[in-house]
Design a binder for this molecule. Structure first.
Ligand code: G1P
Length: 319
């Protein structure tokens, strides 16, 4: 492993055979931005057309070569785990009816990957949630996918991140550009050009600083950390040394900033594809509309309706 060596992104390193094959999905949050819908239903189970958000995220991980997924859950979130289990009674009923299509659809979640769960006993922050994965992950690099961020499957991001981490070691992040008013919602990075600045068309930067949720005035750039990470196992020790930060929580950004300061290389891919924050109503609705427009057997009819609705929104007072 070369986590602590300042290796240029182009140089193959000893950890090239250590491609991340495990993913951690922190999904223990209280989902206050989507209340009351999320009072009894985990936000990760809200449907995007016909599948819960979380299934898309697990599908994204498996499409990137991940075969082992650890869900970090919390109180009231057990139904999330049930979604990835078999349902023999329902399967039997569908089989009796000869409904092969639905039968395949309900089996699919349990066939995607090996799904494991671990409970975060107290909501102490994202860094703390990731720290709960230590014994499961062991001494390997691993991916983290936040359970309420949807990345368009037509414009995947994770495979390039995993490739880069296998070559460069250290931490690999993904960034999106945000307006100044939004820096206070994200981790924000200061960056410089990387030795290898383009990988398959994607822009790569080298990270020189990280700060969690700075105000517009304090933000070192407009590059916000998106909810996909590929991390080295040294993050676990860093998390243990991390004191509560923004919001009184143990922040993953602070633990990564600590490793960066100690010499771990941190690279970022600037993502220009589509990403939605499905943990709040606006992003959730945008994701639903995009998927509905693209879905076979639904898209044509839905788009036609949507055009008409937008042109002449019935029941919506015109301004
Ligand atoms: C978390 C991270 C933040 C990151 C964001 C991406 O924040 O702490 O650095 O930019 O996810 O969505 P949260 O959304 O949990 O407040």
């Amino acid at each position: 492993m070369s986590e602590h060596a300042a290796t240029p992104a182009t140089t193959p390193t000893a950890n090239a055979d250590q491609r991340a094959v495990k993913a951690v999905i922190p999904a223990a949050g209280l989902a206050t931005r989507f209340l009351p819908a999320t009072k009894a239903v985990p936000k990760e189970l809200l449907p995007l057309v016909d599948r819960p958000v979380l299934q898309y995220i697990v599908e994204e991980a498996t499409a990137a070569g991940i075969s082992d997924v650890l869900l970090i859950t919390g109180r009231g979130k057990t139904s999330m785990v049930d979604h990835f289990d078999r349902q023999p009674y329902l399967e039997g009923r569908l089989a009796d009816k000869g409904d092969q299509e639905r039968l395949a659809a309900i089996r699919r979640p349990s066939e995607l990957a090996e799904i494991y769960t671990c409970r975060q006993h107290e909501p102490l922050g994202l860094g703390h949630a990731v720290g709960c994965a230590q014994s499961h992950v062991g001494n390997e690099p691993f991916a983290v996918l936040l359970g309420d961020e949807f990345v368009d499957e037509n414009d995947p991001l994770l495979p390039a991140m995993i490739d880069l981490q296998a070559r460069a070691g250290g931490i690999v992040l993904a960034f999106m550009e945000v307006p100044p008013a939004e820096t206070k919602r994200y981790g924000i990075a200061s960056v410089e050009p990387a030795a290898e600045s383009v990988q398959n068309g994607a822009e790569i930067v080298r990270v020189t600083g990280l700060v969690e949720k700075p105000s517009a005035e304090e933000a070192p750039s407009n590059l916000a950390v998106l909810g996909r990470y590929v991390l080295p196992p040294s993050i676990f020790e860093a998390i243990k040394r991390t004191k509560p930060g923004s919001g009184g929580e143990i922040q993953l950004t602070d633990a990564m900033a600590m490793l960066l300061a100690e010499g771990t290389p941190v690279h970022g891919i600037v993502y220009r594809g589509t990403r939605y924050d499905t943990g709040a109503p606006l992003g959730y609705l945008q994701a639903v509309v995009q998927i509905a427009c693209q879905r076979e057997g639904l898209g044509d009819e839905f788009r036609a309706w949507l055009k008409e609705f937008v042109a002449d929104a019935p029941g919506v007072p015109s301004t």
